[in-house]
Design a protein around this ligand. Sequence first.
Ligand code: AVJ
Length: 321
Amino acid sequence: MSTITETILDTTFKKDVFNGLTANPKYLYSKYIYDKRGDKLFRDIMALDEYYLTDSEFEILSFHTEAISELFRGNGKGMDLIELGAGDGKKTKVLLSYLSKNYYDFVYKPIDISENAIDLLTANLQHELPKVQVDAEIGEYFEVLERLKQFNSRKKVIMLLGSNIGNLLHPRAIDFLSRLKETMNAGDLVFMGFDQKKDPQTILNAYNDPKGVTAEFNKNLLHRINSEMNANFDTGKFKHWEVYDPETGTAKSYLVATEKMVVNIEALDLTVHFDPWETIHTEISQKYDDKVVQWLAEESGLAIVTSFSDSKNYYKDFVFC
Ligand code: AVJ
């Protein structure tokens, strides 16, 4: 890379876009979907009938509130409930409400890199559950977790809902879980959602809704590059495409160029050529079975304490220590 290129690529977002669109085959990371518009589109996805993940996990948390809360009970010195990537907190509120009504001594610590998301959530909780003590942190997950490790007298429960782990292929998931394990002390727990393997058609429908919300969500990557890097992607000329491999459990999203195109990204000083039907790989949404979760846990030094499932066995929340 020349020095000029290095000065232009002054953010990780720019570097990642440059690397992804000059690679063969092309790719972009799904984490960049989530700006304000992307957050809104994801909330719209969660409200879709086809997107069963949210309802399934909501059912688990509602049906097993007491059993889950019992696992979270502290050792007499209080508990920190740390949520990574909290979003709008709709599912978490079920637990928070129960925990606060039953006089658990706990602090809810949502962690997110989006200041916007944290502000919305904190204001909402202040209004709806004023008794819950909220201590939000804006930052990278591990930065915050490493800081919290020193307060080892309080029990920590680290929660990751929504099958967000599914955005990582297994080797990166193992890396992530191993790093979580390193920030845990004896008695601490991880509470994590894993979307399950099921009828492949159900999975494809969840990522291919007829209203096209998921397509818009996927294309938000191109919208963001257009507005933040002064590019001229014609988003109407890309097609959202989803594939699911029932053997590996990997769902993959693509944006497919429907014709030959030349795109300029001014801020990167880059011209990108697309052949007709050339792809940009944008997202992984991994689906799991018990064997795979068991293997991921073992590889990461975690032990499975228990798991909770919805009535259709579409989704599972696992507890690790
Ligand atoms: C938020 C990563 C769990 O992969 O199911 C929804 C994002 N992508 N529809 C998922 C998403 C397309 C979602 N996660």
